[in-house]
Design a protein around this ligand. Structure first.
Ligand code: SF4
Ligand code: SF4
Length: 448
C-alpha cells in the first residue's frame, strides 16, 4: 500500500489521472543520475556533498541504471524494456515467486503481468511485493476468474469485479496499474466487452474510482486488436510477438496457433500473414498504443532445434526481435525460475552479435516477403545511418504520419538523405531488401 519514500515512485499523485509521475527519459543514464541524487537525498542518509552512500542508495542506482526504458504508450510512464510475465509462476513454490520477483526488481524491471486468478499465486505475489509495491507496475486482468481449481474467462461484470477486489486484497494493495481487458479475440466477444454495459464500462468505473490507473487489452488476434486500437479506449495492447507467430495468419485462433500442424500447412503460403501482423504493430505505433509483447519465445518453441517453424533463437535474440518491432514498448517473457529471469535480463548487456536475429531468414516466408525485418544486420552504414530504425519509421509513416513518428525520426542523428547509395549494406542484408530504395522512401516521407 502507499508509496514509501525510496526508489522509483510509480503511484500517481492523483489516482486515475495518471498524472504527477516521475519519468525516466532517454538518455536515461544522465537524467536518471540527476534524479537519483534527489530521490536518494530525500529518502536515505545519502547527500550529494557526502561520500556516505548508503547501501540502499547504491541498490537504487544499480537498479535504475541497469534498465533501458521506453514510454509505455498513452500512459506516459517509462517502462523497462524487459518485464516479467508471471504465468509460469502460477504453481511455483512461494520462495521461488519471491526470488524471481526479487531478481526482476533488483535489476530494474518495473512491470509485471499477473493475469492468473488462482488464490495461491495472488497471495504469493502479495508477499513478494511487500515493501516493494511502489517499484512496480502491476497488470491485473479483468475477466480472468477461477472455479473448482480451474482458470476460466468471463464477461460477467459482477464476477470480474469480485476477482478484481480479490486481487487487490491478496496483493495487499489498493490499486492496479494496468487493468487489462482479458483475452479478447473473437469479434463477437469484442462487441460484448466494448458495447454499452460491457466490461469496458466496469474498467472505466474502476479507473474513475482510483482503483485502476490505465486500461489495456490482451488479445491474440489482429482484427479485434485493430478495432480496440482504433477505438481510443486502450492505453496498451498485450499481444504475442515473435518470428514464428508472425508468419501465421493474424486471425488464427490462439488455441490453433499452438499446434504444429499449422506451420506445416504454411509451406508455400503467401506473405499475407506477415503483413497482417505488421499492420497491427504500425497501427499501435501511430495511435500511441504501447505493445506489451507477450510470448516472445513462442512458448519455448524457438529454443528447440528442429522445431516446426524452422527458426531457432536464443532468449536474447527473441527479445531483440520483439523489441525491434513497431510499437513494442516492453516484453513480458514468462520466467518461472531465477535462471530464466537472468536469461531474459541478459538482453540488457547483450552485444550486437548476441542480439542478431537474422537467423530467422531460414524460414522461407521471411525471404519471400523481402521487406525489412529491422534487424540492422546490414550495419555499419558507411555514413552512420541507423538503417533498421529509419526503415521502420518510414514503414509506420506509410500507415499514418503522426507526431510521434516524426519526432522519432527527428531524433535520428543521421538522416536517410545522407545515403550515398554506396551499396555496402545490400550485401549484408539476409532478406534481400532494397535498402537504397527504402532510404529514398524515407526521404520522400520525412523530407530529409
Ligand atoms: S535492410 Fe536487411 S539487414 Fe538491414 S535492417 Fe532491414 S532486414 Fe535487417
Ligand atoms: S547504401 Fe546508403 S544506407 Fe547503405 S551503407 Fe551505403 S550509405 Fe549506408
Amino acid at each position: 500500500m502507499g508509496t514509501p519514500g525510496t526508489g522509483l515512485r510509480l503511484l500517481p499523485k492523483k489516482r486515475g489521472a495518471g498524472g504527477g509521475l516521475p519519468t525516466i527519459k532517454e538518455p536515461y543514464r544522465i537524467e536518471l543520475s540527476a534524479r537519483l541524487f534527489k530521490l536518494s537525498a530525500q529518502s536515505t542518509s545519502f547527500t550529494s556533498t557526502s561520500t556516505s552512500y548508503t547501501l540502499k542508495s547504491l541498490k537504487i542506482v544499480k537498479r535504475l541504471l541497469l534498465m533501458k526504458c521506453r514510454t509505455l504508450g498513452k500512459t506516459g510512464i517509462e517502462v523497462g524494456i524487459v518485464s516479467l510475465g508471471a504465468e509460469h509462476l502460477e504453481h511455483a513454490p512461494r520462495d521461488t515467486v519471491i526470488s524471481v520477483v526479487d531478481e526482476a526488481l533488483n535489476n530494474g524491471v518495473n512491470y509485471i503481468d499477473l493475469f492468473m486468478a488462482s488464490p495461491g499465486v495472488r497471495d504469493n505475489f502479495g508477499i513478494a511485493f511487500k515493501n516493494r509495491r511502489h517499484q512496480v507496475m502491476i497488470a491485473g486482468h479483468l475477466g480472468a476468474a477461477y472455479k473448482d481449481g480451474q482458470y476460466y474467462r468471463t464477461r460477467d461484470k459482477s464476477i470480474g469485479e469480485a476477482f478484481f477486489y480479490d486481487l487487490l486484497r491478496r496483493l495487499q494493495t489498493d490499486y492496479i496499474d494496468m487493468l487489462m481487458l482479458h483475452y479478447i479475440d473473437e469479434p463477437a466477444d469484442y462487441d460484448v466487452v466494448f458495447s454499452a454495459g460491457g466490461v469496458l464500462e466496469l474498467a472505466k468505473r474502476l479507473q474513475k474510482e482510483g482503483k485502476a490507473r490505465f486500461i489495456g487489452m490482451s488479445s491474440h488476434r489482429v482484427p479485434s486488436s485493430l478495432k480496440a486500437v482504433a477505438s481510443g479506449h486502450i492505453d496498451v495492447l498485450m499481444y504475442p510477438v515473435n518470428p514464428a507467430f508472425d508468419t501465421l495468419p493474424g486471425n488464427m485462433p490462439w488455441e490453433v496457433t499452438k499446434k504444429d500442424e499449422w506451420y506445416k500447412q504454411l509451406g508455400g503460403y503467401t506473405t499475407k500473414p506477415v503483413i497482417e501482423r505488421r499492420e497491427l504493430y504500425h497501427a499501435c505505433a501511430i495511435n500511441n498504443v504501447g505493445i506489451i509483447a507477450m510470448k516472445p519465445y513462442a512458448a519455448g518453441r524457438l529454443f528447440k532445434p528442429g522445431n516446426v517453424s524452422s527458426i531457432v533463437l536464443t532468449p536474447v535474440q527473441c527479445l531483440h526481435y520483439a523489441l525491434s518491432q513497431p510499437g513494442v514498448c516492453t516484453v513480458v517473457p514468462g520466467c518461472k525460475t531465477v535462471p530464466e529471469m537472468k536469461a531474459a535480463l541478459a538482453y540488457l548487456k547483450g552485444t550486437d552479435e548476441e542480439k542478431d536475429y537474422s537467423a530467422i531468414n531460414v524460414n522461407a516466408l521471411w525471404k519471400l516477403q523481402g521487406s525489412c525485418m529491422y534487424c540492422n544486420h546490414c550495419l555499419p552504414c558507411l555514413v552512420g545511418i541507423d538503417i533498421g530504425t529509419t526503415t521502420r519509421l518510414a514503414d509506420t509513416a506509410a500507415y499514418g504520419k503522426d507526431k510521434n513518428v516524426i519526432s522519432q525520426y527527428e531524433d535520428l542523428i543521421v538522416k536517410a538523405s545522407e545515403c550515398t547509395q554506396c551499396g555496402a549494406c545490400l550485401e549484408r542484408c539476409p532478406f534481400d531488401v532494397d535498402v537504397i530504395a527504402n532510404m529514398s522512401k524515407a526521404v520522400d516521407v520525412f523530407g530529409k
